[in-house]
Design a protein around this ligand. Sequence first.
Ligand SMILES: [Zn+2]
Length: 255
Amino acid sequence: MAAEFLSELMLSRSALDRAAHLRTDLQFHDTAAANALVMTVCQGQVLVDPAGQCLILERARGDVHDTMFLGLDAAGLAYYAKRAEDLSSALMDGQFMSLREVGAHLSDRDAGMAVAAVALDHWMRSHERCPGCGSHLVTADGGWVQQCTACAKQVFPRTDPAIIVLVIDEHDRALLGRQAAWEPGWFSTLAGFVEAGESAEAAVRREVFEESGVVVGAHSGDITYLGSQPWPFPQSLMLGFHARAADPLDHRGWQ
Ligand SMILES: [Zn+2]
């Protein structure tokens, strides 16, 4: 079951080599820019074709200034992302769509590019000032670092771990929850953020108890890690688990 689950995580797909060692190589970027392909990201959305099936990629035409370096394909072609000022700047033959809308339709390559670009774009929009001295930050290392113009402090992209867990009991019944604001009939497995100084396993136990009152079993194997998926809504990494309830689930009194 674990292998099947891992293979179906749509936002974990990728086909590019991130080639992190090239991010600081300005000579490489000058050379690669002649043939590089550039996608466009804006406010959590990516520029796709009218059918929402693939990213629209433009030739860099010699300029990858102010772009984010996403990596190389198997043929050595370099890929970048540029940030559009606003959503109305879409090309005539393209449209901006969210990862929720297009994530399942994109190829492995495009999905990996889109997830990285959306995450970096959000980070840049939400970190415009140095956390040390308040001065402006400028982008460095192919978009993967921001550096303070006054104190030279470096700021890196943030990822917040979160857990999502399917709790089952000895009768193979599943524990689902719902939020009051949701449509009637909508249910979900439980999920929540890992807190400061907390392990992912401890977060599973805490979130399940806080949200449902159900205690997760304390035996070895009662919590099983299944896989992870970047979840840039806006900056999470979702860690998937199965957990076994300590006692049989009982729906009486639950709403
Ligand atoms: Zn500073």
